[in-house]
Design a protein around this ligand. Structure first.
Ligand code: ZN
Length: 239
């Protein structure tokens, strides 16, 4: 129990002093100790915040994947690590950008030997998204994209299958750039293809790196059965 405050006696054994177990500062009253906040205590108090849990998970994965430490890692080791700030910044970043499959994203930055201070850069996330889109199976891509359409439908109170016809262009660009809507679905739906056709040259420049038309043309030619499957699902759903 880390939050049990330790009561210590002074050297004379008369006047009681209250010591912060995180930074060892001493206080005359227990109340002062209770309201006292120092950086080590703050790290422990925020232990169960989502960003902190993600950061601690990433810290663990880092040592697991790089085999840097043989023993199990506890939170104390993390809280005292010089990398604490870098990892928690990354935890907050994952939440801010609402990263797809956070665990996979964490493994991605570690396995690609990205330097910790670059983990929060847009370029790194975009590369991750491109790779995720490229590697993802067709059925998973369809499932994920339809879930997004349903979320959109709830928010705008529209049937989800009107997504490609009615989504605003800026929002569509945002979804494409953040990898939320898979090329599997965009290119294999007539309405999706029409949406792409409706973009201006300037808008296409913004999304081309994410859509990678030549990559997907090659992929679709090699995966005819998957393409048929995707088209069948999208047709049935009226997307
Ligand atoms: Zn303290």
């Amino acid at each position: 129990m880390r939050f049990v405050d330790i009561v210590v006696s002074s050297s004379q054994g008369e006047k009681k002093m209250f010591e912060c177990q995180y930074c060892n500062a001493k206080f005359k009253s227990e109340r002062t100790l209770m309201v006292h906040v120092c950086e080590p205590k703050r790290r422990w108090m925020n232990k169960d915040e989502k960003y902190s849990r993600l950061a601690f998970y990433a810290f663990n994965r880092f040592y697991e994947l790089t085999h840097a430490v043989g023993k199990p890692i506890d939170f104390d080791m993390f809280a005292k690590s010089k990398f604490y700030i870098g990892f928690t910044k990354f935890g907050k970043h994952i939440i801010n950008i609402n990263a797809i499959n956070p665990e996979e994203f964490i493994d991605f930055v570690i396995q690609n030997s990205v330097k910790l201070d670059k983990w929060t850069s847009d370029l790194v996330y975009n590369t991750y998204i491109q790779e995720l889109n490229r590697k993802e199976s067709a059925d998973r891509a369809v499932e994920r994209s339809i879930l997004l359409m349903q979320k959109w439908g709830e928010e705008y109170e529209r049937p989800f299958n009107k997504f490609f016809k009615e989504v605003s262009k800026p929002l569509a660009i945002h979804y494409i750039k953040s990898g939320r809507i898979s090329p599997w679905v965009i290119f294999n739906s007539d309405n999706g293809a029409e949406l792409i056709d409706s973009f201006s040259d300037e808008e296409l420049v913004l999304i081309n790196d994410y859509l990678e038309p030549s990559f997907w043309t090659r992929k679709f030619n090699a995966r005819v059965e998957d393409v048929q499957f995707v088209k069948m699902i999208l047709n049935k759903a009226g997307i």
